[in-house]
Each structure stands twice: as structure tokens, then as C-alpha cells.
Design a protein around this ligand. Structure first.
Ligand SMILES: [Cu+2]
Length: 479
């Protein structure tokens, strides 16, 4: 495998540093080992988590588009595991979702898979196990790592790359939470969805139900280190740094700002956007990725951090230090700013009308399942006991998903093994932005379109672990 590019401050360790196997002779290209490990997130502050190769984040896998790789996955834990290749167009046998029929990596066992990485860009890998009420399982654990698939020709208008993995540790349950819900643009809500959602919530509370459980965290990290406790990103004036940001959180929406600087967003979920644009703040739901170039033109020592003061003060940030500059890292909050995918979209209308439109309404039943909110798509609560596909695809046809969110929560909606195009957000038509995970705002509508080009069972779910674990999931199959 090619050596993995710049390996400096703030970057995720490259897999080559930890892999003992090399291609050829039937040896895998990469070996990943799932095991319980100690992660030192700050000096003498150690959390225990299930990780890949004893480290957090897992090793950065740099793959080449179209060049087959073999990965051997060992599971040293007591429970079967699934390793999902998020954002890649792979087969169900490899994808890493029990619901699609991917064989598990058995407890204390091993599984070897071979696949052809595609499409190019920033992807990631993570566990796809259900956690339910167990905050040591699923993506609450440390099973997250970045994948970068190099295109045959990489555009090289930056000086270097820095990978950032955003992740919380030490979760606990609370009733009600403080998740940001009001940062998406356009803000237009659908009155009918709001009325239905609010009256369902009122009825539940009137019956004496408490609010459903949410998860809060004690520690916040970027690349496994709390703010101030990792190596700073060391930069030089006028350097152009390409940040590859992955929201590896199980449940949290994250924001990032760097005082005095702007982010030129060049790719969303690893896919180049039609219209790169500069923004002061990045927002990412669980599972989303952003690639953005920052031109370093404000010498100083800065905090690259989350807008939420409490989360940043508990670690969600990283120091950016210019050469020759010393002192306490500076944070200043950016001016109010709303996140809009359309900012990076094409000016042209969609090129092709879909062959079929599928309707979906998302509803929440407050605290309905042992104190957890229960989620439904068109009134169907997914459970792994009833796994028949609810939606049927025909290869080659193009589908529109019309999604209506009848809850006040923002949902990062994820489609496996396919990419989709954003075509309408909160009533506004858009085109050209290709993603695999999209946030739909509270009481909002969104439409995405995709071509059925990868036969086999295809999982679709909200990427918020509490939501997917308590019903917010469905399956597509191919006729
Ligand atoms: Cu959700």
C-alpha cells in the first residue's frame, strides 16, 4: 500500500504503522483487531473502550479507488461484531450490517473480506452493532476510523491534509437533552408535521410519561485527545490545510469553528461539491464528513472547537498553532450562522426526473420502549426480528425519497451502499450535492434521489444510535 501522506501533528496514525501484513502470498492488506483497550484522552485520564488495533481513532486506511483490498478483522471481544464500510459501494457480504445479511465477525473469531474501494473520497468504518441501553456497545465505543480512497488523479490545491475524528466518551443517560436543533437553513417547518408531533408529545406527557432518554457525555475529544492535551496542528502562515472532518459520534451533532479563519468546503461526505464555498462554521450530524480547506492567514494560537461552550470546555477542540507563536489558545465565538447544504449546490435543476417516488414519515413515540423514545417510519418500528424489506427497487431505476420528519429532532439519515443527491430541502429545490447521510431538521421535509445501482438488501436508517436502535430503520431490496 502507498504510504499514507503527511503524518504530522493532529493527524490520525496511518494504518501502515500498525499493520504487519503486506499484499501478496495470501496475506491481507490490512489487519484490524477489535478489542477492549485503554485510551488516554488526557494525561492520566484514561477511558476504557472497544477499539480497532488498540488505538483511538482506528488506523487511517488509505485505499486506492478500484484497487482491490483484503482486510482481516479479528474480534477479541465476547460479542459478535459488524464492521461497516460507511459510504462505500460494496456488496452486502462486505458492507457490515446484520440486517443486510453480512456474516458477523464471531466473538473471539476472525473474518477476512475482499472488496474494491469506491467511490473515491473521505469514507469511514465503524461498528454496526446495536447498543440498545448498553453505553459500552455500538458506536458509543471507540470502534471508528477514517478511510480515504484516493482517486486515480487527486486534485492537489492544498499543502497538506489533517484528519479530524470527533468523538465523545463516557456517556450516561438523562431525560431530555440540549442538542442543537435550530441551525439548519432554510428553517421552514411544516405546520402539519409540527401539529402532529406536538400533540403526540403532549398526550404522552399528560399520561404521566417522562421524556425519553437521551445520552450525555463526560469527555469530548478530537482524534482521541481532549482540547489542550493533544499535539497542536502546527501551521505556517499562508499554508493551505485540507481538513478531513468525520463526525464519529454515536448521537451528537457537532459544530466546528476556527476564530479568524474560514473553511472552504470542497467535499461533503467525501464527494466533491459543485460549488465550493467559504463558511465560518461547519456542522455535522453523526456519520457526516466534511472536507474543507483553511488558508492560514491569521498568525496566532487558536482553538479549533465546537460552538457549544460546555462541550468545548470538556474537550471538543484542538489547538492550531502558527510557527513562532506562543501563548494561551484563543477562542472567540463566530457570528450567528446557519448551515445550509444548498450553499454548495449547483445552480442548475436536476438533470433527470425519478422513475418513482417513495414516501416516508418519521414519528417519535415518547418514552414508549422502556423509557426510550420509539421511532417509526410510516408507523413501522423496525426490529431485527421482522426483517422483510419495506421498499422494493429495480436495478437501473432512479428513486426519489420524500422524507417528512414529524418529530422535533434533527435526524442524520443514512443510506447504505449507495449515494444520493439532495434535491429538495425544507421546500427549496437543489441539485448536485451527493451524500450518503443528510440531516433533516425538526418538522421539516427533505427529498433525496438515488439510482438503484448496487443490488442486494440495503439498509436505511437514522445514524443517531439511540434512534436507529429503537426503531428508526428500514430495508430496501431489489426485485
Ligand atoms: Cu434520528
Amino acid at each position: 500500500m502507498a504510504a499514507g501522506g503527511f503524518l504530522g501533528a493532529g493527524t490520525v496514525p496511518d494504518a501502515d504503522a500498525v499493520t504487519v501484513h503486506w499484499p501478496g502470498e495470501g496475506r491481507p492488506d490490512y489487519t484490524l483487531r477489535i478489542s477492549a483497550s485503554a485510551v488516554e484522552i488526557a494525561p492520566k485520564r484514561i477511558v476504557s473502550a472497544i477499539t480497532y488495533n488498540g488505538q483511538f481513532p482506528g488506523p487511517l486506511l488509505r485505499l486506492q479507488e478500484g484497487r482491490e483490498v483484503t482486510v482481516e478483522i479479528h474480534n477479541d471481544t465476547d460479542a459478535p461484531e459488524q464492521l461497516h464500510w460507511h459510504g462505500q459501494k460494496v456488496s452486502t457480504d462486505v458492507d457490515g450490517a446484520a440486517e443486510e445479511g453480512t456474516p458477523p465477525i464471531p466473538a473471539h473469531g476472525v473474518r477476512r473480506i475482499t472488496f474494491t474501494p469506491r467511490p473515491a473520497g473521505l469514507r469511514f468504518y465503524h461498528t454496526h452493532s446495536r447498543a440498545g441501553a448498553d453505553l459500552d456497545r455500538g458506536q458509543y465505543s471507540g470502534q471508528v476510523g477514517a478511510v480515504y480512497i484516493e482517486a486515480r488523479e487527486e486534485p492537489g490545491r492544498h499543502d497538506r491534509e489533517v484528519f479530524l475524528m470527533l468523538k465523545e466518551f463516557a456517556g450516561s443517560f438523562s431525560q431530555g437533552g440540549d442538542m442543537p436543533q435550530d441551525f439548519l437553513s432554510p428553517p421552514t417547518k411544516v405546520r402539519e408535521l409540527e401539529a402532529a408531533g406536538e400533540s403526540a408529545m403532549k398526550a404522552s406527557l399528560a399520561k404521566g410519561m417522562p421524556h425519553g432518554y437521551e445520552v450525555g457525555y463526560r469527555y469530548f475529544t478530537i482524534n482521541g485527545r481532549m482540547l489542550g492535551h493533544g499535539e497542536p496542528v502546527r501551521v505556517k502562515k499562508l499554508e493551505r490545510v485540507l481538513f478531513h472532518v468525520v463526525n464519529g459520534s454515536a448521537t451528537e451533532i457537532r459544530s466546528l469553528a476556527l476564530p479568524g479563519h474560514t473553511f472552504r468546503v470542497v467535499a461533503l461526505d467525501g464527494n466533491a461539491v459543485p460549488k465550493p464555498a467559504e463558511v465560518p462554521v461547519l456542522w455535522l450530524g453523526p456519520g457526516e464528513r466534511i472536507s474543507a480547506i483553511v488558508e492560514m492567514k491569521q498568525p496566532g494560537v487558536w482553538v479549533l472547537g465546537d460552538l457549544a461552550d460546555d462541550d468545548r470546555q470538556h474537550g471538543m477542540g484542538m489547538v492550531v498553532e502558527y510557527a513562532g507563536r506562543k501563548g494561551k489558545p484563543v477562542w472567540t465565538p463566530p457570528k450567528p450562522f446557519r448551515w445550509s447544504y444548498q450553499r454548495f449546490a449547483s445552480q442548475h435543476a436536476a438533470a433527470r426526473e425519478p422513475d418513482e417516488t417513495m414516501e416516508m414519515t418519521y414519528t417519535k413515540q415518547n418514552a414508549a420502549e422502556q423509557g426510550f423514545n420509539q421511532w417509526a417510519i410510516n408507523e413501522q418500528v423496525f426490529s431485527s426480528g421482522s426483517m422483510a424489506a419495506a421498499y422494493h427497487l429495480q436495478e437501473g431505476r432512479r428513486y426519489r425519497l420524500r422524507m417528512r420528519n414529524s418529530s422535533d429532532d434533527v435526524h442524520p439519515i443514512h443510506l447504505h451502499r449507495h449515494s444520493f443527491e439532495l434535491t429538495k430541502l425544507a421546500g427549496q429545490a437543489t441539485s448536485g450535492v451527493i451524500k450518503d447521510t443528510v440531516m433533516i431538521g425538526g418538522y421539516q421535509e427533505a427529498e433525496v434521489e438515488f439510482t438503484a445501482d448496487n443490488p442486494g438488501l440495503t439498509l436505511f436508517h437514522c445514524h443517531q444510535q439511540l434512534h436507529m436502535d429503537f426503531g428508526f430503520m428500514t430495508l430496501f431490496d431489489y426485485a
